[in-house]
Ligand binder design. Sequence first.
Ligand code: ADP
Ligand code: MG
Length: 495
Amino acid sequence: FARRLHKTVRKLLPDCEIRFVRSEDGSGKGAAMVTAVAYRLAAQHKARQKILEPLKLSHEQLLEVKERMKIEMEKGLGKETHAEATVKMLPTYVCSTPDGTEKGDFLALDLGGTNFRVLLVRVRNGMRRGVEMHNKIYSIPLEIMQGTGEELFDHIVHCISDFLEYMGMKGVSLPLGFTFSFPCQQNNLDEGILLKWTKGFKATGCEGEDVVGLLKEAIHRREEFDLDVVAVVNDTVGTMMTCGYEDPYCEVGLIIGTGTNACYMEEMRNVELVEGDEGRMCINMEWGAFGDNGCLDDFRTEFDLAVDDLSLNPGKQRFEKMISGMYLGEIVRNILMDFTKRGLLFRGRISERLKTRGIFETKFLSQIESDCLALLQVRSILQHLGLESTCDDSIIVKEVCTVVARRAAQLCGAGMAAVVDKIRENRGLDFLKITVGVDGTLYKLHPHFSNVMHETVKQLSPKCEVTFLQSEDGSGKGAALITAVACRIRDAGQR
Ligand code: ADP
Ligand code: MG
């Protein structure tokens, strides 16, 4: 019987290699085996949940983050406390959002994002109200990013010259807005003293200097054209202005890309670093540094510490390192390594690939979490990373990605809740309707980040109705709009 059975089955399935093994006491031993496997799986599941637990934040914990953000914001704004404050709350000298009457041609520079760009922006008012842009991307070679300041600014001016020629506008002098997305101390709209380089820039002789001065000197060295530098702009402010051009309720800007940062319109009476009590000014929060004084340490996990330790700037930008695109993939990789070391994943085998820093890019988090992706495709993403996985492994990896991205979005939402509630309280309102302009690839492309963040803001600041508006090219268009608003106000003053 057995022989015939085997033969028939093999004949019917020529593509399969089938072995028949005789069981000894299947019902007794089998029951024990089933129990043992279920037991092991349950124990492993429990072990993993225990490790992930500190990454799951409760409503109370998030309220606490919101509260602490508010305290740090006040420290940054206060005259006495500003020097030690970690959330720097930098005045930007941008005091009004566009009103639609702006017009003219403007040049804009965008330095500090993924690319360096030069732009020509045409702003129209009246019936043909709108913004038209032409831009060209230039690379900044590593040796220039990390060379001398003179070389960096000579290179920038060389690119401007090339762009003017490309546009057939050689010799034309236009007002210029400079999007410079690094922390700057401003004492004027057209001045920005670089506090410290971030994002891989290292050019010498720039920290502590006014970047507009450095740009002007380079323009003079070239002796080819002159430019009227009107504004130094942070990319958050550019984002707020771009969305403000479409929606007058937009008084907050938010970036969630390589890094994260936010800005908003604060009452002048609260901006103690700047004279005057009338009206409002946009504040560049530099909120990525939230937590650098240790105030978030009870929320940071061993994985956050590991990522921080091996980063370019250990101990700095602690809030940013829990949220933004440059770090989420690394947090996931560290958790997967820990699971594997404990035998809870990949059958306990740590591959060389898994040990490699940076292999788990944040875009994989988006791919793995995308709802239409079946587990088989998650497996193929892991395979592409050189990680041999079972179906169970893919489920686990997906869960880790979900937990890490969810925490990031919730933390970001808690920070945002602090901002909008502060604006509401500033104005003595029971209810505030406000729009936040948002830019950044993580926010735009991750399948759940934006929803989780919106939901968190709603829960943590129930007295605010917050609309999120995606910005299109905030750093280019925004710089031009800020320049346009400044020119409008300047021209009105001269008349
Ligand atoms: P920047 O912040 O440099 O101005 P972006 O807003 O485009 O530029 O953000 C780039 C960052 O977004 C990358 O460093 C990467 O971490 C992250 N990123 C890229 N693609 C994706 C994606 N598909 N999903 C989530 N994050 C992504
Ligand atoms: Mg950007």
